[in-house]
Each structure stands twice: as C-alpha cells, then as structure tokens.
Design a protein. Structure first.
Lengths: 309, 191, 663
C-alpha cells in the first residue's frame, strides 16, 4: 500500500519518536510511505493567529506539492497539521475567489483533490484487511486522548464524533487494550501556549491526567505531538504545579500498536520519553465501563459491589 | 478615531461581517461557549461577553475587545463552535480579532509574550521553510529576555534524547516561501 | 337578449367625491345589453336594495351590476336582494369603483373614465354569467376523535354532550395521554390524575362515545361530512367483555422486568399489563414483543389463572370501518430523550433524566412512590441541576422553536423537589423565562422567592460523571460569562417537545399539511388555529404546536365547536364557485384527454377519476371529475389544463376573456 506522507515539523524535531514509530509499523506491514518532496511547515497555530492568507497559503503549497507528486492520499500523523490541511482544503473548496488568490500567492496549481488521512484513519486503513499477528496484546486499561483538533470543528473534520469519539477506542480494542470511558477525551491540553503560558498548560494538562487516572487508565494514548509534549515532556512542571506525582505513561497510538505487534521499545522511539513506560502491577479487575451504552436506569436498585453498569 | 457620526462608522461588528461572513447578531448570549471554554476563567473577558461587546457596536467597547487578553489566550480548540446552538464561528472571529489587534496596534500588555512566540515561530518558517525549534526558542528569548532561563534544564535532556536538531533543514523552495510571506503577512503588516 | 341593470353607488362622498357618478351612469346606459343605469347615494341601504328588487321585477332584468365598494363588503347583501326578487344571485356581480378607483386616485376625468371602464368590464362578464345553485352535501353526524389525551377527551365530551356520536381512537392501552403521567400541574399544583381521571371515566361512560383503545387509524377516505375511516383495533390478547380487571394475570406473569413506557423507562411492568391503576379501560394488554408465549411458545400462566377465561392468546387485529362526518386530530406530542445530547453523554449516565421521567419520580403512583431518588443507586439527591432549553431554541440540533412549557414545568419540578427535600439545593440553568399564562409569572417567582430555587442565566456546555456525581459545566451570562461548575446528584433536562414519530404518517393519512417539524398545519395561524386546509379535519392540542394543558383544553373545545357547527344542519351548503370538467354528448363525452395533471396539482385533492362506460360496462374513457364537496375554486386546475376541458363556474374562461376584451 502506498501513501503520501506529511510528517510535519514536530515529527522531524521534538517528536521524532512519533515518526520513528510510524516507520516501524510501515516496515512490519506492506505500507510504503512517500514523503511529499520539499514540504514546508503548515503554519500551525501561529500562522492562523496572525494572518488569514498565510494560514491558507502554507497548507495549500503542501497540498499542491502532493498533487504534483501524484499522491492522492496523504497520511498526516500530527493532529495540528491535519487540522490545518483539512481547514485550508475546506475553505478553498467553498470560496472560489479565495482559492484564486491563494493559487496566485503560492505560484502553483492547486486542485484540492487530495484525501487527507489522520493517523487513526491511516491505522484503520493499514490494519483493516491485514492478518494481524498480535504477539503481545496490550492488556492494559488505556485512556484514548484525541485532543481538541482531530475531531473539531465537526463540519470541517467530518471524522468520528465531536463528543465522546470512539475511533481510537475501537482501534485499541483490536490490539488487546481495554479503553476506559472517561470525560476528558477531547479537552484541550493547552496546545501552543506551552512556552508562553506554561502555567495554563500545567493546569489543563493536569486535569487531563487526573481524569485519566481517576477513571482507571494505566496508559494515556495520544495522536498529537503537541499533546504528547505537554503530557510527557512537561510532566515535571505539571507535577510541580499540582503538588503531586503522576506516573502514568503517555504513548503515541503508533507506539501502542507497535508494542502489541511485538516491536521493541527502542525501534518505536520510546526511549525518548520523559515518563518511563512502566505499567503498575495490579490484578486484573472486572472490565471498566464500556463507552457509549445508553442508560438503563433502575431506580432503587443498588448495583453489585465492584461491578459497574 | 474619526469624527463621523456613530451610525456611519464601520464598527468591529461590521468588519467581522464583511471579513469573516459571521453575523454577531446571531448570538443570543446563552453563554454555552464560556461554559465549555477551557480557559474562560483565566481570560479577562469570557468569550460570550466579548461577543456581546462586539454586538453593541460602540467604539470604546470595540477598543476593549481588541485590547483584551482573551483573544490571545484563546487556544482555538474549537469547543465553542462545536457546541454553539446558533453555530456562530467564534474561532474564526477570534482569528480576525487577533489580526485586527495587530493591525491597529491595540495589544494587551500580557499578550506580548504570546505574540513574540508567534513571530519567532514564523520567522524560522520564513527563513528555512520549516520550524527550526532551536532558532525559534533563541528568537523568542531575545524578544522576551525575561524568559531566558525558562526550560534551561529541559533543553540538555531533549538534546540527549535526540529531540533537538541543532541545525535547521533548509527546504529548496525557500525563496518561494519568502515570497508567500511577502504577499501575505508582510503585506498585511504594512497596511 | 341581455337586460342588465347597472346601479352606481355614491357611497356618500367616498365614491361621488372623486368620481362623477352621473356620468358613469350615463355611459353605462349606452352599453349594449344594459336596460337600466341609475346612481344612488347608498346602494346597500334598504331603499337602495329595494330599488334593485323593484327594477328586477319591473324591467325584467337578466343580470345586475352594482358599481360600489369591494365584493368582500357587500356581495352577499346584493346577491340576497336579487334572490329575494327572484333573480339567481350568481347573476349579480359588483364592480369595485371604490377600493380600486375612488379611494386610490385624485378627482379627475381620468378617474371617472376608469370607473366607466370597470363598469363596462363587469357588464361584459355578467352577460355571460350562468345561474348557479349551491351544492348540497350530506353530513354523517358522527365525529372521529384521534387521540385520547386531555385534548381528545375534551373534544369528545363536548361533541358528545351536544348530542352527536363520537368515536374516540387511542393508540395506547388506556386513554389519558401524557397528562396521566404528570405528578402535579402548573400553576395550581393540582394532582394531575385527580383532575384527569373523572374526565376519563366520563368518556368511558358516555352513551354517545364509542371508545377504541389500543387502536390506530388505518386509513381515511372521503370528504367533509362523508368520511370513511378504517380503524385497526390491535389484538389485546384479552376479551374485554369478559375481563373484570381483577389484576391476577399481572401478578402471576413471570416476566416482570420489562421497562414501563408509562413510567418513562424508570419502572417495570409485566408482559400482560395495565399501564397504570386508574387506566380506562381497566383491561390488560399483552405485549407480544416481550411475552414468553409469543416468543417461545411456552408459559400461558395468565390464561391458566384467569377466572373469567378472558385471556385470548390467538386474538387477531380487527379492522373496523366507520362512517364519520368530521375528524379531530388530537394525537399529542413526544419529548426528546437524554440520548439526544452528545455533550451531556449520549444518554449513558442514568442520573441524567428528562422532564417526563422526573414527573414519574415525583408522582405518588410512580416507581419511587413520589420520593425523588437517583435512578443509579436509589439515594436521595442533595443537589439537583435543572437544565432548561435542552434541545429547544437550538438550530444546531435542528430544533429552532421554543417548546413553550419547559420554563413552567422546570420551575414546578424545582418547587416539588424543594417541597420534598427542604435542605436540598436546586439550580436552574436558563436562557429566558417564558411564563406568559394566567398566574404563570407569579408561579415562577414563587419558586425563586419562596422555595429558594437558584436561577443561573446561561446554557450548560457539558455534563459528565466523576466520583459518582454529575459535573455540570455552564456559565453565568449575568456575571459576564463567568464559568460555573456544579457537582450535582441528579440532572433533569427539560428536553424539547417534538411531534410523534408517526405524525408524518398520520398527516399523510388525513391529507393534512405539516411543517418541517411534523407538527400538523393549521389553516391560518392567527384566525383559524383549529381548522386545517382539508375541509372537515380539525386539530386540537400539541399535535399542531407545543402547548400547555389550558391551551390544549381550549383547542379541544374549539375543535368540538367547529364539528358541532358542521353537524348543525342535515346538509352542508357550499358555494358553487367550483371547477367543472366539461361533459359532451357521445362520442366525445368530454374534451378531457385524461392526462390528470389537474389531479396532481389540486391542493385539496378534489379531483377524481371517472370511468365513462358503454352500455356493456366496458370503459371507453377515463376522465377527470371534480368533487363538488372538496373543490375550493382556486383555479389551479383551470390554469394547468392543456385543452381547457376544465373551467371554473362563476369565473369561466369565457367570462374572464370577455372582461379583458372589454377594456
């Protein structure tokens, strides 16, 4: 299977482990990733904060390069890049005048026909038909953290559902993990304020970690390098601000899948994490609450001790 | 401001309509956005109130809106528009307010750091075509010298983990990127 | 030969002040076919009318034109005068030289010339008028009321008390509707069932009312005064004539855990059940979806224990055909469940309930006998958050309108909770308070001022569960949008009031219009709120739009009044201004080609197909036929007909063309 590949700046720099894990999976399957030649930065948060046209032009150039290279489908692991590319494609589709203006600015042909896949869509595509050899099923309770950008705004992203999404949970179940039902799946970690308002990042990220732990998770699975950086790299700052220790490790979805397939931690870049990947020793209790079951309220009946509805 | 009578001046609400297409009159002030905003309690003006200030169309309120910290603290997490019953695209309006705030030079003093970050980020993109993290950090600390000691202990750790590229990757189409910047950000700044 | 009488009215100074009426009369007298042309101060007065009557007799007039005000004012007056003088009233027309001339122009020769033209045009029309006779349609004096809630009950009782027969059809096993599920009603806090059940019993005992419960309308054919309804009486599995309502079968039924619809899912019932103790009729029904006998062929315990041998497991649905003269649709509403809200958990948290579920908790006959308890663990909640506008006034969720009753019932719920738990905390998140009825505002203020309910102006953004409590995240817009987080033990969502899921189907069966929300359409929102555009079909209650109980009762009585009016004569008389498809002698029979474009286009479904047969019964031609009982004379079919085989009586193509050519 051939897929165009847009790693984005984070995956080449600070979050190189994400990139490594993607390629580790590619090597184990028939996935052939073709990097978009001479790609540029998508502009991320900073571009759209200061200039509308710049925030469209930078992603447009990337998509135009993909078209030029004949890449119909592009895998974009970073959620932020994914959102910027999807947004630009959507806006340029809706507004002809704007599209003409941007085409002039980037000096390239742009048709807007590329299919942009986020990492979950990518994983589903690669592993849906494949014969899976799960050597080490994850056997852990995981909190799937989608972050804010992958599923919102629903009209543009058109992926999964904006509240209580399920796609990553379903994927994790396939690899033997037990996804917990928790309310902070899409709450923002603090994103781009990581340097300028570290205090707020600590506040928001602490809430995410607390909720994951409270709902019984042993690992937090992420799909966005910014989320990973805030939850992992900034762990010491978070602990300092909250006055508590949090041991829960944070893995990229690709790393979690890689572990299940028996790939070693180094190949998956896990040695680059700040928080060590150690699962606490505990006997396996009854499975946690399954997500998205409609309520069957039974008034006045107390549930059996330990079990949940 | 100018001496035109109030009814003839272009208010911020008018600008929002003509540039983003969003009509602030659509908001019926239910405050659901403020209820779900992760940083509402840290902002000086919560998002629903900010929108109401724009609704009123008064020049002094328009100035306060552009001078707020709210617009720079906004994470564009898109929670507000996802839940808004009237589907008012608040993130889009926030983007516009940020750009207008820079254009008019009405900037909240607490936001200077955040703007410095964005400028530092985009400087490296303009120069190399991609984000050059080390360069950006250096640029940022030069702009905001009080942050010089921030993350000073994390940096060596990052380097040892192989997460810090000391040298930037210069893409071949750098000149193309430079022209993109000239036609967008630089042009808007000059206006 | 035409002998038309033209009467020009001065209308005081209204016409005479601008138009030279004497000149108009003079010009009119010169038009060929006009036998007499006079002017007079007030044609509509008694002397004026007598003038017309005398002229008809003396001059043997064949037609009358009154040039005066708008026909909407006095056409009936002058037509009656003509009828009294022995001239067919449809040979009398009016030329509007007031609203269309003197009132909109200045005094001048041109104005007078226009008045003359207007008169001339109508004279040319009247020359081609044909006498028309009102259409008589018989009336079956039985009413069909669909829906046995308070609206249907009121309508049925009013019609029955006026001496007419009523057939009341209710889908559920018992009448009573949603009102039977309520605990207390605002603003009086009357016990809902206490005020409802006497009416229910009255319906059951009324000699003029035939009650079919556990039944639905299968189809409706016909037209006003002459409907044919087919009612499907679903198989109860019990012979109602033998059953005494002793209840032994319900006690013995082994299947006891089926979620009770009457208790909004919070209570349980057996497979053979009566929905609530005060049900009318008090005869059980077997739920075939859950009953072991129908699923697996075993059990039959109810049959065994029934002393009267009333259980009939092999009973089939029955189709009952009835003739009725009018239909009242009072099928009520539904409310959205908690699963409608992604940001409130898609319905997965048992302690988030909707308004109807709270009613069942608060009700003395409910699953908790009136104690407010959490569905999850049965504990009494110490903090309840009530969320108004859950789904209503929410274009993003597809419901733009306001559900009208929620502000009031939320205040009521908060009050009831505080009355039962004095130390409990009640919070209401609201956008506006809509309390427009009698004593409504005072009721809401009582909740706030006397019962200590705290009102927070802002919508709730998110609700999730943590540590056994529900975290409610909203904001207070009166504090400038400040985020407010409340940890509640129970959350009650005032969910949107919507049309029943089968409302569209019902509307199509009745051939009544409906809006995008599937509320059935009234004929005019202001002036004709209980009628529909389909003659003979009336609306009562929330099937038309969200309403509270007083309004439902009022519309029930209003619909009944319309029905009683309809039934007040043996025959219905209708204006003969209807379309007619021409009929010619054989071999042509009609110029109609049978394309039936008119049938498709008719907004009132008034066009039928008629088979023209020879003596042996073979069909020669199928042509269109207008049903005189339904046609409203709109003229759509006339405009569409490609061969002009269909024409409008009183406004025929020939008449209109003559008017145009006379100009």
């Amino acid at each position: 299977m051939k897929l165009g590949y847009f790693p984005g700046c984070s995956l080449q720099g600070m979050d190189i482990d994400f990139n490594e894990s993607v390629f580790a999976l590619a090597r184990r399957t028939d996935l052939h990733l073709i990097e978009i030649p001479d790609w540029n930065c998508c502009g991320s948060t900073s571009a759209h904060n200061v200039s509308h046209l710049l925030s469209l032009a930078l992603p447009a150039r990337i998509l135009a390069l993909a078209e030029k290279a004949g890449l119909d489908e592009i895998l974009v692991p970073c959620s932020a890049c994914y959102q910027r590319l999807m947004t630009a494609q959507h806006e340029l589709l809706e507004n002809d005048e704007l599209r003409k203006e941007v085409v002039d600015i980037i000096e390239m042909d742009y048709k807007g026909t590329s299919k942009i896949l986020n990492i979950i869509e990518g994983m589903v595509k690669i592993f849906s038909g494949a014969e899976l050899k799960i050597e080490k099923p994850l056997n852990a309770k995981v909190a799937c953290y989608y972050g804010c950008l992958m599923v919102r705004p629903p009209k543009v992203m058109k992926f999964d559902r904006a509240e209580d999404p399920q796609s990553m949970d379903e994927l994790m179940k396939k690899f033997g993990a037990d996804p917990v039902d928790w309310p902070f799946k899409t709450e923002c970690c603090g994103a781009g304020l990581t340097l300028t308002r570290t205090d707020l990042v600590c506040k928001l990220s602490a809430k995410v970690i607390e909720s994951a732990i409270k709902n019984g998770a042993e690992i937090i699975i992420v799909a966005c390098p910014m989320c990973h950086a805030n939850l992992d790299m900034r762990r010491a700052d978070i602990e300092k601000a909250a006055g508590k220790k949090y041991n829960i490790p944070v893995l990229y979805i690709t790393q979690a899948i890689g572990l299940a397939l028996g790939i070693n931690e180094k190949e998956l870049g896990m040695h680059r994490h700040f928080v060590p990947f150690v699962l606490p020793e505990q006997p396996k209790a009854a499975p946690s609450a399954k997500p998205a079951e409609p309520a069957k309220p039974e008034v006045g009946e107390k549930p059996a001790a330990g079990a949940e509805e | 401001m100018d001496d035109k009578p109030l009814s003839l001046r272009e208010s911020l609400a008018d600008q929002v309509k003509s540039i983003t297409g969003e009509s602030v009159a659509n908001c019926y002030q239910c405050a659901k956005c403020s209820g779900g905003c992760p940083l509402a309690e840290d902002m000086d003006i919560p998002p629903s109130q900010l929108l109401h200030m724009i609704q009123l169309g008064l020049p002094e309120l328009d100035e306060r809106v552009l001078n707020s910290l709210t617009i720079w603290l906004c994470l564009t997490c898109e929670t507000c528009v996802t839940r808004c019953p009237k589907e008012v695209d608040l993130p889009k309006i926030m983007d516009f307010l940020r750009q207008e705030s820079l254009k008019r030079g009405l900037i909240n003093p607490q936001a200077k750091k955040i703007i410095a970050f964005h400028k530092a980020f985009l400087d490296t993109v303009q120069y190399t075509g991609r984000l050059y993290e080390v360069g950006m950090t250096a640029d940022y600390k030069l702009r905001q010298p009080q942050t010089a000691m921030q993350d000073v202990f994390t940096a060596p750790k990052l380097f040892m983990m192989g997460k810090l590229n000391l040298f930037p990757h210069m893409i071949k189409g750098r000149d193309q990127i430079a022209r993109i910047f000239a036609r967008t950000l630089k042009k808007e700044a000059k206006k | 030969m035409s002998r038309i009488g033209v009467f020009i009215c001065h209308c005081g100074e209204n016409i005479a002040g601008t138009v030279d009426v004497a000149k108009v009369a003079e010009a009119a007298s010169k038009i060929p076919g006009v036998a007499l042309a006079v002017d007079y101060k007030y044609m509509c007065s008694d002397p004026g009318q007598n003038m017309i009557k005398d002229a008809i007799k003396e001059k043997k007039l064949t037609g009358v034109v009154v040039a005066a005000c708008s026909p909407r004012m006095h056409e009936p007056t002058f037509r009656n005068a003509c009828a009294e003088a022995g001239l067919n009233p449809f040979l009398c027309e009016m030329a509007n030289i007031r609203e269309q001339c003197s009132w909109v122009h200045e005094k001048s020769d041109v104005t007078t010339a226009k008045a003359i033209e207007l008169v001339r045009v109508i004279v040319e029309k009247v020359k081609r008028n044909k006498p028309l006779y009102p259409i008589k349609v018989p009336v079956t004096k039985t009413a069909l009321v669909l829906g046995g809630g308070i609206g249907g009950i009121q309508a049925a009782l009013d019609i029955a008390n006026a001496g007419h027969k009523v057939i009341l059809v209710e889908k559920q096993p018992s009448i009573g509707g949603h009102m039977a599920q309520l605990s207390e009603t605002f603003p009086t806090l009357d016990c809902s069932q206490c005020i409802l059940t006497p009416r229910m019993v009255e319906v059951a005992r009324h000699p003029n009312i035939t009650l079919y419960t556990y039944s639905e309308l299968e189809s409706l054919d016909g037209f006003i005064g002459n409907f044919k309804a087919r009612i499907r009486k679903k198989a109860r599995g019990v012979d109602e004539k033998l059953c005494t309502g002793c209840g032994v079968c319900m006690q013995k039924c082994p299947q006891k855990k089926i979620p009770s619809e009457f208790d909004a899912g919070l209570g349980k019932r057996p497979a053979i059940y009566v929905p609530f103790p005060q049900a009318v009729p008090n005869k059980p029904v077997i739920d075939r979806e859950h009953c072991t006998y129908y699923k697996k062929g075993k059990c039959r315990v109810c049959e065994k224990f029934c002393e009267k041998k009333a259980v009939r497991l092999d009973q089939q649905d029955e189709i009952i055909e009835v003739d009725v003269g009018a239909v009242v649709a009072a099928t009520g509403y539904d409310i959205k469940g908690t699963d409608f809200f992604p940001e409130y958990g898609y319905g997965k948290y048992p302690d988030i309930i909707n308004g109807l579920q709270f009613e069942r908790l608060a009700s003395a006959s409910g699953p908790t006998l009136g104690a407010i308890k959490r569905p999850s663990d049965g504990k009494e909640p110490e903090t309840i958050v009530f969320v108004s506008c859950a789904g209503s006034r929410d274009p993003a969720k597809g419901i733009n309108y306001c559900s009208k009753i929620c502000c009031m019932y939320t205040a009521k719920h908060a009050m009831l909770y505080k009355h039962k738990n004095h130390h409990g905390k009640a919070y209401v998140f609201y956008m506006d308070i809509r309390a427009g009825g009698k004593m409504y505002e005072e009721f809401v203020r009582r909740a706030i001022e006397e019962d200590g309910v705290v009102y927070i102006r802002g919508r709730v953004s998110r609700i999730y569960q943590e540590d056994g409590k529900l975290v409610v995240k909203g904001a207070d817009s009166l504090l400038g949008g400040e985020p407010i987080e409340i940890k509640a033990d129970l959350v009650v969502l005032a969910t949107a009031m919507v049309a029943n899921s089968d409302a569209e189907q019902l509307a199509q069966k009745l051939k009544v219009g409906y809006d995008p929300y599937h509320f059935l359409s009234e004929a005019h929102p202001k002036l004709r709120p209980v009628e529909t555009n389909t003659a003979g079909i009336f609306l009562a209650g929330a099937v038309q739009a969200p309403k509270d109980i007083p309004e439902t009762v009022a519309t029930g009585s209003a619909a009944a009044a319309k029905v009683i009016g309809l039934f007040s004569s043996a025959e219905l008389s209708r204006e003969p201004v209807i379309a007619v498809v021409n009929r010619l002698p054989p071999p042509q029979f009609s110029t109609c080609t049978g394309c039936f474009l008119c049938e498709k286009a008719c907004p009132f479904q008034a066009i039928e197909r008629e088979e023209i047969k020879d003596r042996k019964g073979n069909v020669i031609k199928v042509v269109a036929k207008v049903n005189p009982g339904l046609c409203q004379g709109c003229g759509t079919c006339v405009a569409l007909c490609r061969v002009k085989a269909i024409d409008l009586q009183g406004f025929s193509n020939e008449q209109i063309l003559a008017e145009v050519l006379a100009l």
